[in-house]
Design a protein around this ligand. Structure first.
Ligand SMILES: [Zn+2]
Length: 159
């Protein structure tokens, strides 16, 4: 059985935080606020994978009230998704994603992000799509208040 999942996430910019996207630190004036490393791309992808499995979202597995996960790398969240997929013999077919931000330019880092996230998920970098766009200066993204990310995933679960 093939199943798809959808993920969406958004984080506000914050000073004095590194900007981590797709497991890669990207030079920028701001990072993102959040309980973990606030990797908005990993979070959207994790929710897409969990959704494809019909499981609750990452807030269920990594609640913001859990002090033990404060500041963790979101690649660990993808590793947890890999475990949940493996428990069901589910195989990722592909993941596609888009980041929405006015700045910084993230596409120069896309190949590095694919490598990091593919490693965490035990798939090939070519199975991950990463796209980026701006919000044409409109809304909270347009005002440079944060970064949003969308993802979908296609998985195969044997009968
Ligand atoms: Zn998040």
């Amino acid at each position: 059985m093939y199943r798809t999942g959808l993920g969406y996430d958004v984080h506000q910019f914050a000073l004095d935080r590194p900007l981590i996207l797709g497991g890669v630190e990207i030079p920028h004036t701001h990072g993102l606020a959040g309980h973990s490393d606030a990797d908005v791309l990993c979070h959207a992808i994790a929710d897409a994978l969990l959704g494809a499995l019909g499981l609750p979202d990452i807030g269920h597995y990594f609640p913001p009230t859990d002090d033990s996960i404060e500041g963790i790398s979101s690649l660990e969240i993808l590793e947890k998704c890999r475990e949940l997929l493996a428990e069901r013999q589910a195989v990722i077919q592909n993941i596609d994603s888009s980041m929405i931000a006015e700045a910084p330019k993230v596409l120069p880092h896309a190949e590095d992000m694919k490598i990091k996230m593919a490693e965490a998920l035990s798939i090939q970098p070519s199975q991950i799509g990463i796209k980026a766009t701006t919000n044409e200066t409109m809304g909270f993204v347009g005002r440079k208040e944060g970064i949003a990310a969308l993802a979908n995933a296609l998985i195969y679960i044997p009968d």
